[in-house]
Design a protein around this ligand. Structure first.
Ligand code: NFE
Length: 425
């Protein structure tokens, strides 16, 4: 991003990821609008919400069926599903077959949701519609109808298949409502603007610590790097002033992630944090609470999208013209499927001088900070009883409850032992 025209940011920043790219488009657009002092008109705001909302739906359904369900049900004996970690799989044969059927249906459901993104965004991933000042796609009656009929089919899947499946798993694997708690602090930037001033949001901004809901002030966010492979001189800075100097092989370091902290403390981000801070779900903090909150959130967003799409006004504007300033700074705080997402920009001579991104998985999977305090996911694992060290299924279930961006590449290694090799095709 450095040295580029700032208006490239939302296209380049989306390439951070193929799953949560729409969230990066939203964050980058908000960041540029804060630097350009621009606001989108209602149609622009709503189309962005619809595209971001579709990204949440596909991502949460992806996570449950394709990334974590195989921690709880047994797939068929073919190369797609084996080798598997052996474990205490408890579903009856009939339930197991139902989950397999739903796993396959989830592929089709995701395809339809990608089509919803494409209606207003041109394609998925890395859509084209979001620009500072609004969007490039105009609403028409055709597009609204196309979006809505797909959405209604998706809502049917969410309410009658996904949510009941999650609740059944939570019932069968009851003790997972007691383990994997982590740091116990929750934080959300808030997301999905419900008015053009950005005052009211579907999910509120805030944090939960020591049993209380508190305000969230982005100035109190810092990034530590004592245990990360980055030059230590950047440690403890706010992302606005921070930088990224790789230091591979740094002594004592064990991660390429930095350690974002709020007032020096680790915070868990994600659907459970959002739903908790919003007052929508406050049962507990555990593996199953994360899954349940994620499924309930999917339903909440889908139902809200049903209202939003009908608020679009064909024939009205989608974009407010704005200019790149010679110098300026901007910040964009929003929500990605995996939690609060922040972008920070500094513009000099109408070019990007500095661009920092702090992703939610970065908070959740962060290594120890400058005070030696572990990140949320690491804390969740410490002290977890593992029945069979050769097949640590408990560890996999805890890690994937966070839906880390690394879910498909979680591998466990034992120091001193050879890394296993698997044939994948
Ligand atoms: Ni790659 Fe992402 C989400 C972001 S990473 S999936 O959601 O930002 O935490």
């Amino acid at each position: 991003l450095k040295g580029r025209d700032p208006r490239d940011a939302q296209h380049l920043a989306q390439r951070v990821c193929g799953i949560c790219s729409a969230a990066h488009a939203s964050a980058a657009s908000l960041t540029l609008e804060s630097a350009f002092r621009a606001k989108p008109p209602s149609n622009g705001r709503i189309i962005r919400n619809l595209v971001a909302g579709a990204d949440f739906l596909q991502s949460h359904i992806l996570h449950f069926y394709l990334l974590t369900a195989l921690d709880y049900f047994v797939g068929p004996e073919n190369a797609l599903f084996i080798p598997r970690i052996e474990g205490d799989y408890r579903l009856s044969r009939q339930m197991n077959n139902e989950y397999l059927d739903h796993y396959i249906r989830a592929l089709e459901v995701r395809r339809k949701i990608h089509e919803m993104t494409a209606i207003f965004g041109g394609k998925m991933p890395h859509h084209q519609t979001s620009v500072p000042g609004g969007v490039t796609e105009k609403p028409t009656v055709d597009k609204i109808a196309s979006f809505l009929w797909r959405l209604r089919e998706i809502i049917d899947f969410i309410e009658n298949i996904y949510l009941p499946d999650v609740l059944r798993i939570a019932d069968v694997y009851k003790e997972y409502s007691k383990i994997g708690r982590g740091c116990g602090n929750l934080l959300a930037y808030g997301g999905f603007n419900l008015d053009d001033q950005g005052k009211e949001k579907l999910f509120k901004r805030g944090r939960f610590t020591d049993g209380k809901i508190e305000i969230m002030d982005s100035e109190k966010i810092t990034e530590d790097v004592r245990f990360s492979w980055y030059n230590t001189k950047i440690s403890g800075k706010n992302p606005r002033d921070s930088d990224t100097f790789p230091a591979p092989g740094k002594s004592g370091a064990y991660s390429w992630l930095k350690s974002p902290r709020y007032e020096g403390k680790p915070y868990e981000l994600g659907p459970l944090a959002r739903m908790w801070i919003n007052g929508d779900y406050r049962k507990g903090i555990s593996v199953m609470d994360r899954h349940i909150a994620r499924a309930l959130e999917t339903k909440k967003i889908a139902r809200a999208m049903e209202e939003w799409v009908l608020q679009l006004r064909p024939g009205k504007g989608v974009y407010t013209p704005c200019k790149v300033p010679k110098n300026g700074e901007g910040i964009g705080l929003t929500e990605a499927p995996r939690g609060a997402l922040g972008h920070w920009i500094k513009i000099s001579n109408s070019k990007i001088e500095r661009y920092q991104i702090v992703t939610p998985s970065n908070w959740n999977c962060s290594p120890r900070d400058d005070r030696g305090e572990p990140g949320p996911l690491e804390k969740s694992l410490i002290g977890t009883p593992v029945a069979d060290a050769e097949n640590p299924v408990e560890i996999m279930r805890i890690i994937r409850s966070y839906d880390p961006c690394i879910a498909c590449s979680v591998h466990l290694i034992v120091p001193g032992r050879n890394i296993s090799e698997f044939r994948v095709c």
